[in-house]
Design a protein around this ligand. Structure first.
Ligand code: GLN
Ligand code: ZN
Length: 776
C-alpha cells in the first residue's frame, strides 16, 4: 500500500494578498460584492490546481474563508446572535461581515454592497469577540451561544466548495471544524450555561452536513478537533465519544479523518484512538515523542496521518531524519498518510517570491508551497525508494548541513557572554521598597503621575513619509528632519497639557518588533512572507535564524533628542524579549528559552545605554507575555520561569534609582499574577478600562506592592472618555490598591488613533488625575 501525500489546509489570503485587496476594496465600496466573489473563486481554483500540480494525493477544500473559519462554522450552524439577524438573510455576507467587523450607522466602510444596490439598513452593531486560535497568532471570532440556541444548517459552504473543485476535475477532501472543538471554543451568552451541554442539539446538524458531503461525492472528510491536545475533563472526553459514535451510526459510506494538531494527544490518546473514525492525524512536529504510542495504540484499520512537516514555521524539513523515523512505520502499517503538522494557514505562502533574502538564509527556508514539495518528495522516497529522488534528497541534506555549520547561525561572542551570565544578572541590586524611595526622590513626581504607553498617532503623513523613505524618494536627512519635527511637536504638546512623564511618540517605528529586529543581528525580513492575523489583516513576522546580538544602540539617539527638548522625564521605550520572540518565526535548532535569553541580553544592553545617556525611566513592553502560555497547564511554570527570567535579565542591569516600567495589553492576570509579581518591574501599565478595573482584584489578592497604572482610557475605540468617567475608574482602582501605588495612563499605545480623539481624551485624563490628587 502506498503512503499518500496530503495537506490539511492552505492559506487563503493569496500569495500577493489578493483576497485582502478584494475584501478591503469591497468594504470601502470601491468594488462590488460580485467582484469579491469572483476573486475568491479564482483564488480557490488556483490553490487547488497548484496543490494538484505539486503531486498531492489529498487536496483540501473548505479551507477557504472570507474572514475566519470559526465564523464560517458558526454561521453554517446557525449560531448567529439575535443582534445580527435583522441585518440580512442568515446566509448573507451582510450578516457574516457584521459578525466579523460590526457595523456603524453612517459608516460605509463596515460592509460591502451588492452590485444591485444595498437593500439593508445598518445599525450600530459590535463585532463578535476575537481571540487567539490556540497558541498561534491567528485570531478567530468567538462563537457565542445561550441555552436557547437552536442549530440548523444555514449554509452549505463545505459542500459548495467540494462541488466547485469537483467541477474543475479535482476530487478534494473537505475540511470542517468538529463539533466538540467548536463548542469548547464557544463562549456562553448566559452565566452558568455550558455550551457543551448543547452537543445533543448540534449533532443532527453535523449529521446532515456530513450526509450532504457524502451525497455530493466526498469519500473522506477532514474533521478538525484540535481541542484533543488540550487538558480535557471527563465531560469533554465523553462528548467526543458521543459525537463520533453518533456519526458512525448515522452517516454511512463516509470516512472521517480526525485531525489533531498544535500538540500531543497526551492523556487524550486513549480517547482519540478509541473513537470510531477511519483516520487520525497527529502532529509529530510539536509532539514527535507521541509517534510510538500512537502507532502502538491505533487499531490496525485506523488510517494514520502523520504531520511531519512544520506547518507553523519557515524552516526546511530535515527529510532524511523524517524518512528514518517514518519508514519503519510505513513498512508495518498499510494505511498511512503524510501531511504538514497542521494547516499551512500559519505559514507564509511562497518562498520563490523572496528576491531580496540573503541567499544563504533563503536556502534554509520552506514556505507553504515548498512544504508541499517536501511532502511530495517524502512520498516518492517512501513509495519508490530513496534512490528514486536521490538528487533532491542530497540537495535537502546539503541545505540542512549548511545551516547547521553556518557562521551566520552561531556567534561565539554571544555564546561566550551568555555562558558567563549567572543568576545575579536577573536581580536588581536592591529590593523594590528601597528602589522606589530612591526613584521618587529623583523623579519628584506628584501622586497619581500621568503618562502614556509610548506611541502617538501614526498619521497618514507619518506613514507616507516612511513609505517615501523606504522607496528612496525621501532621503535620510529629509526623513530624519520630518521625524524630529513630529517628535518635537509631540513633546511640546505633552508639556502643554501637563503630562508628568513624557514619551517621544515612536514615530520612527514601523512596528514594535520589526523596528528592533531590523537593528539586531540574527534576524531576517521577508518582502512577501505574509501570514493572516485576522480577517484581511496580515503580518510579516521576522525570521530569527541566528544568534542575536546588538551591534549598536538602537533607540538612544531618539531618546536623547526627545529628552533634550524638555525638563520633564522622557521614558526610554523598548520591546521586551518575550514579545520579540513571540511575534517572530523562531529558530528550531535550539530551545525557545535560549533564543529569548539572547534577545534579553541585547535589550539589557540597550537599557543600560539609555541609562548612561541619562534616562531615568525605561519601559520594556511585554505585550505578548501571556499569549506565550503553553496549551497544557503542566507546561506553564516552565515557560513562565524562563519568560520572567528573560525580562529580568533585560531589566536588571541598571542602578536602583533607574525606574523600570513594563506594559501589558490584556486583561486576564489571574493565571499569571505570581509571574507578574516575579518580574519585579517598578511600574506596570495594564489594560483595564473595558473591564472597569475588575481585574485589579487579581493584583490586590496577590498583595501586589509595586506601582501600577491601570488603563483608564479605552484606546480601542474612537470614543473620548470624560473626566468624570476616568475619575470614577481611578476611585475604583484606589479601592483595590493603595492610591500611592497608582499611575494614570491609557490602556495601550495610541498609534492606531487619530489626534482629534487622542487630544481631548488625554486632556480629560490629566484633569481626572488632578481632581483626584486634590482628595488624597
Ligand atoms: N509602546 C508600545 C506603544 O505604545 C506598546 C504597544 C503594545 O504593547 N501593544 O505602541
Ligand atoms: Zn498595549
Amino acid at each position: 500500500m502506498p503512503v499518500y501525500v496530503s495537506n490539511l489546509g492552505f492559506p487563503r489570503i493569496g500569495a500577493r494578498r489578493e483576497l485582502k485587496t478584494a475584501l478591503e476594496s469591497c468594504w470601502s465600496g470601491k468594488t462590488t460584492r460580485e467582484a469579491l466573489l469572483g476573486t475568491a473563486k479564482e483564488l480557490r481554483a488556483a490553490t487547488w490546481q497548484r496543490q494538484q500540480a505539486l503531486g498531492l494525493d489529498v487536496v483540501p477544500s473548505g479551507d477557504f474563508s472570507f474572514y475566519d473559519q470559526v465564523l464560517d462554522t458558526s454561521v453554517m450552524l446557525g449560531a448567529i446572535p439575535a443582534i445580527y439577524r435583522p441585518l440580512g438573510a442568515p446566509d448573507s455576507l451582510d450578516v457574516y461581515f457584521a459578525m466579523a467587523r460590526g457595523t456603524q450607522a453612517g459608516n460605509s466602510d463596515t460592509g460591502c454592497t451588492h452590485g444591485h444596490g444595498n437593500g439593508h439598513g445598518k445599525g450600530d452593531v459590535p463585532a463578535q469577540e476575537m481571540t487567539k486560535w490556540f497558541d498561534t497568532n491567528y485570531h478567530y471570532l468567538v462563537p457565542e451561544i445561550g441555552p436557547r440556541q437552536r442549530f440548523e444548517l444555514t449554509t452549505t459552504k463545505p459542500v459548495d466548495e467540494f462541488r466547485e473543485a469537483k467541477a474543475l476535475g479535482i476530487h478534494t477532501r473537505p475540511v470542517i471544524i468538529g463539533p466538540v472543538t467548536w463548542l469548547l471554543l464557544a463562549k456562553s451568552a448566559q452565566e452558568g450555561f455550558e455550551p457543551l451541554s448543547l452537543l445533543g442539539e448540534l449533532l443532527p446538524v453535523y449529521v446532515e452536513l456530513l450526509s450532504r458531503l457524502r451525497d455530493a461525492g466526498a469519500d473522506w472528510v477532514q474533521i478538525d478537533e484540535p481541542a484533543l491536545v488540550l487538558d480535557l475533563d471527563d465531560k469533554a472526553r465523553a462528548a467526543f465519544r458521543t459525537a463520533y459514535a453518533e456519526f458512525a451510526e448515522r452517516v454511512s459510506g463516509l470516512k472521517l479523518m480526525l485531525a489533531t494538531y498544535f500538540g500531543g494527544l497526551g492523556d487524550n490518546l486513549d480517547t482519540a484512538v478509541g473513537l470510531p473514525v477511519a483516520g487520525l492525524h497527529v502532529d509529530l512536529v510539536r509532539a514527535p515523542e507521541q509517534l510510538d504510542a500512537v502507532v502502538e495504540k491505533a487499531p490496525a484499520n485506523l488510517t494514520l496521518s502523520l504531520g511531519v512537516v512544520d506547518g507553523r514555521n519557515v524552516w526546511k524539513t530535515d527529510l532524511a531524519a523524517v524518512l528514518d523515523r517514518i519508514a519503519p512505520v510505513a513498512a508495518r502499517r498499510t494505511k498511512l498518510l503524510i501531511a504538514p503538522s497542521c494547516s499551512l494557514l500559519h505559514a507564509p505562502i511562497d518562498l520563490d517570491l523572496e528576491t531580496k533574502l540573503d541567499p544563504q538564509v533563503k536556502d534554509w527556508l520552506a514556505f507553504g508551497v515548498q512544504k508541499l514539495e517536501e511532502l511530495a518528495l517524502l512520498g516518492k522516497a517512501l513509495n519508490n525508494g530513496r534512490e528514486s529522488v536521490a538528487e533532491a534528497l542530497a540537495a535537502n541534506a546539503a541545505s540542512i548541513a549548511a545551516r547547521r555549520a553556518s557562521p551566520l547561525v552561531r556567534d561565539p561572542a554571544v555564546r561566550a557572554r551568555l555562558a558567563s551570565v549567572d543568576a545575579g544578572w536577573s536581580v536588581r541590586a536592591t529590593p523594590f521598597a528601597e528602589r522606589i524611595a530612591a526613584q521618587r526622590a529623583i523623579l519628584d513626581l506628584p501622586p497619581l503621575p500621568t503618562t502614556t504607553i509610548g506611541s502617538f498617532p501614526q498619521t497618514a503623513e507619518v506613514r507616507k513619509a516612511r513609505a517615501a523613505h523606504g522607496k528612496g524618494l525621501l532621503d535620510d536627512v529629509g526623513y530624519d528632519a520630518f521625524l524630529r519635527e513630529e517628535t518635537e511637536r509631540a513633546i511640546r504638546w505633552q508639556e502643554e497639557i501637563g503630562l508628568d512623564v513624557l514619551v517621544h511618540g515612536e514615530f520612527e517605528r514601523n512596528d514594535m518588533v520589526q523596528y528592533f529586529g531590523e537593528q539586531l543581528s540574527g534576524f531576517a525580513f521577508t518582502r512577501g512572507g505574509w501570514v493572516q492575523s485576522y480577517g484581511s489583516r496580515c503580518v510579516r513576522p521576522p525570521i530569527i535564524y541566528g544568534d542575536v546580538a546588538r551591534p549598536k544602540p538602537m533607540t538612544v539617539d531618539w531618546w536623547r533628542y526627545a529628552q533634550s527638548l524638555t525638563d520633564k522625564p522622557v521614558k526610554g521605550m523598548l520591546t521586551g524579549p518575550v514579545t520579540i520572540l513571540q511575534w517572530s518565526f523562531v529558530r528550531d535548532d535550539q530551545p525557545r528559552a535560549d533564543t529569548c535569553r539572547q534577545i534579553a541580553l541585547a535589550i539589557r544592553d540597550e537599557v543600560v545605554d539609555l541609562e548612561a545617556a541619562g534616562a531615568k525611566i525605561v519601559q520594556i513592553d511585554e505585550a505578548a507575555l501571556r499569549e506565550g502560555l503553553p496549551l497544557r497547564r503542566v507546561d506553564w511554570q516552565c515557560y513562565l520561569d524562563w519568560a520572567v527570567d528573560a525580562f529580568r535579565l533585560a531589566a536588571s542591569g541598571v542602578k536602583p534609582e533607574t525606574q523600570i516600567h513594563t506594559h501589558m495589553c490584556y486583561s486576564e492576570f489571574n493565571d499569571i499574577i505570581a509571574a507578574i509579581g516575579a518580574m519585579d518591574a517598578d511600574v506596570i501599565s495594564i489594560e483595564t478600562a473595558r473591564s472597569k478595573m475588575e481585574l485589579l482584584g487579581a493584583f490586590s489578592a496577590y498583595s501586589y506592592l509595586n506601582e501600577i497604572g491601570p488603563g483608564v482610557y479605552d484606546i480601542h475605540s474612537p470614543r473620548v472618555p470624560s473626566t468624570a468617567e476616568m475619575e470614577t475608574l481611578l476611585v475604583k482602582a484606589s479601592e483595590s490598591l493603595s492610591a500611592s501605588q497608582l499611575w494614570v495612563n491609557p490602556d495601550c499605545g495610541l498609534k492606531t488613533r487619530k489626534w482629534e480623539d487622542v487630544k481631548p481624551a488625554l486632556v480629560n485624563m490629566v484633569a481626572a488625575a488632578a481632581a483626584l490628587r486634590a482628595c488624597i
